[in-house]
Design a binder for this molecule. Sequence first.
Ligand code: SF4
Length: 187
Amino acid sequence: MFGIIARNLLKGSRSEAVSEPGDRAVQDLLAKLHAAARRRLGRSLAIRQVDAGSCNACELEIQALSNPLYDLERLGLSFVASPRHADVLLVTGPVTANMREGLLKTWEATPDPKWVVALGQCAIDGHLFADSYAVVGGVSQVLPVDLVIPGCPPRPADILAGLLALIEAEGRPQAGVAASTAGADKG
Ligand code: SF4
């Protein structure tokens, strides 16, 4: 036992050094996002992620933004558990019939003004699942969408670029009602 401990102590750490995120472009995106959030909001941008029926690959890329490589929270962006604390609804997946009402209620619970981002091709137009009887379609079939981030799934760098474009865009979205198609069946 003591021999094993002594041998491991002598060998030193076996874990790999954590590398910096990707390339220079990602570093630049992170820095710009940080500066834009401080300039526009003077505080953290709060994001509520909503899975409206995704295959979960989009969620894996979103979760990567919180890992030690990207560590979005240190840059003034945070994922929140309640829509009541959110500035942005980040929606993934084709909106399933079962999730339509939940998505709409989440949108209604988010204080104005608010942004809606459709992340991934499914959230944009239903993608692979567009013809399914169980799917309403893209997020725009239920809510007004401010930004789309294409990809299947989009890479973390694409998500960063999309959020940056959202924050840097002139003006904040206005208070308003959901799209008139809310609650409508797929035609
Ligand atoms: S866009 Fe691709 S990765 Fe994202 S939920 Fe749809 S199928 Fe999955």
